[in-house]
Design a protein around this ligand. Structure first.
Ligand SMILES: [Zn+2]
Ligand SMILES: [Zn+2]
Length: 465
């Protein structure tokens, strides 16, 4: 019987990953991510599926980032009642990530409906609610890494380490026998060697097909080891000036990675013992999920735990959930480090910290993650002289420092090394999860090395022979 892959989302863009794999008559959805873009377009694209959710029986979730998992509650709301396979850590992370996304959907619709009311337009329903998100969690089934399981008749699946975020899997699909045996790897997203806390990405062998991300298909990252050095220098200088270091950070992975680096700097005596706060209830919850999954850590982190140290700074780092405790930070004038979300400064408590400190010359705003276009974070990266926070204009007097080396996505060299490390007998490499110029840059390099590479468009179906 024929097999094929259809590319339904996360092609020509980095959000909304969603692909439909058909093997011997069985349909398997790879990821069900939220597309992010202009509000109305995003709402429509996320609302409608190109397949019939009640008839779909199997889905596989690569990791808990919202651009891969964030449309699951809507899938379930529209009648899906099959099984979504993920690693145990991804399942546990989704238990916080999806309800948080549901809350954001509800808030966003309130904002839209206020405008619609003024225009005399009918109110809109949220894409899904926090409650829908809780319901959808029941359909996610946790599986261990590195063990094949039979997903459906004749289709075996194994989760390997993707080295991207906690729980992220590079998923191998295997079907057929002897000369008709086929192996496909879904490497979206693919991480990098030497990221704090995580094991390095595994390179699968003997592949026929590879679906590969290309977020940084044409770019190169700085060495990860530089991050520690830079953070150390920046923190030291800011403390000497009596200021605060404010770090906008994604709640999943980047926060834990930054805390891990700060703990090393303290341990090695490079920075002084000053108060460190993680001011984000979501980051606090997610750090608890990290603690519950030491099986996902690299050897260096396991060694730290064996030596009775805590990579997440227990006793040294204060994780703040209560709003009052968060507000009280603003009254303090002593040097400190505040790590807060949202990562791109589009909402959340980070906005209060920025509002209160952006005009102070002895404050440092330390950027450690990707800032998309049209976000407050991007305005900071571009060093705009003034920015708007809660609708008011503020002059930027704080020092802005940018660290690019902590990216959790493979760059061009790392993507090429990954492909070269896999088999030379690949029948097809499909580049997804990238802006067009990034996918094109990687495709060009792969073609130079004579790999059969394709950059699919939205809706394309390719036969897997
Ligand atoms: Zn990701
Ligand atoms: Zn992604």
């Amino acid at each position: 019987m024929k097999s094929s892959i259809q590319f339904l989302g996360g092609v020509g863009t980095v959000t909304g990953s969603q692909h439909l794999l058909k093997i011997n008559g069985s349909e398997i959805l790879l990821d069900c991510g939220l597309f992010e873009g202009k509000r109305d377009e995003a709402y429509q694209r996320n609302l409608h599926f190109d397949f019939n959710p009640p008839f779909l029986k199997h889905a596989v979730l690569s990791h808990a980032h919202i651009d891969h998992s964030g449309n699951i509650p809507n899938l379930v709301r529209q009648g899906f009642h099959g099984t979504i396979y993920a690693t145990h850590a991804t399942k546990d992370l989704a238990a916080y990530m999806l309800p948080d996304s549901g809350h954001i959907q509800e808030e966003d619709v309130k904002f839209v409906n206020n405008i619609n009311k003024k225009k005399g337009l009918p109110p809109r329903r949220p894409l899904y609610t926090k409650e829908d998100a809780f319901v959808s969690l029941e359909y996610i089934k946790g599986m261990p890494y590195f063990e094949y399981f039979e997903l459906t008749d004749g289709v075996r699946v194994s989760f390997c380490e993707a080295g991207h975020v906690l729980g992220a899997a590079l998923t191998i699909f295997e079907w057929g026998a002897n000369s008709s045996r086929r192996r496909l790897a879904y490497a979206v997203d693919l991480g990098r060697p030497n990221l704090p806390l995580l094991r390095d990405p595994m390179i699968p062998q003997d592949l026929d097909y590879l679906i590969l991300e290309s977020t940084y298909g044409g770019r190169f990252h700085e060495e990860i080891s530089l991050a520690k050095e830079k953070i150390g220098t920046i923190v030291k200088q800011t403390i000497e000036n009596g200021g605060k270091v404010i770090i906008p950070s994604f709640a999943l992975e980047r926060t834990q990675a930054v805390v891990y680096i700060l703990m090393q700097l303290l341990e090695e005596g490079i920075i002084d013992k000053i108060p460190i706060f993680v001011d984000s209830p979501l980051a606090a919850d997610i750090t608890e999920v990290f603690r519950a999954h030491p099986e996902c850590f690299d050897n260096a982190t396991k060694q730290i735990i064996r030596e009775d140290q805590d990579p997440f700074g227990i006793g040294r780092v204060r994780y703040i959930r209560a709003t009052e405790a968060s507000k009280s930070l603003n009254e303090r004038t002593d040097p400190m480090i505040i790590i807060s979300a949202s990562g791109m400064c589009e909402g959340g408590r980070i906005l209060h910290h920025l509002k209160n400190h952006i005009h102070k010359e002895n404050t440092t705003i330390l950027i450690v993650g990707f800032m998309a276009q049209h976000t407050l974070g991007r305005s900071l990266v571009e060093r705009k002289p003034s920015v708007k926070i809660f609708g008011e204009k503020y002059r930027v007097k704080a020092r802005i420092e940018i660290i690019n080396s902590l990216s959790a996505h493979a760059d061009q060299n790392e993507l090429l090394d990954f492909v070269r490390g896999a088999d030379r007998h690949l029948k097809g490499i499909f580049l997804v999860h990238g802006e067009p110029e990034q996918s094109a840059a990687l495709a060009e390099r792969l073609k130079e090395e004579r790999y059969p590479v394709y950059v699919p468009r939205q809706g394309d179906i390719v036969a897997l022979e």
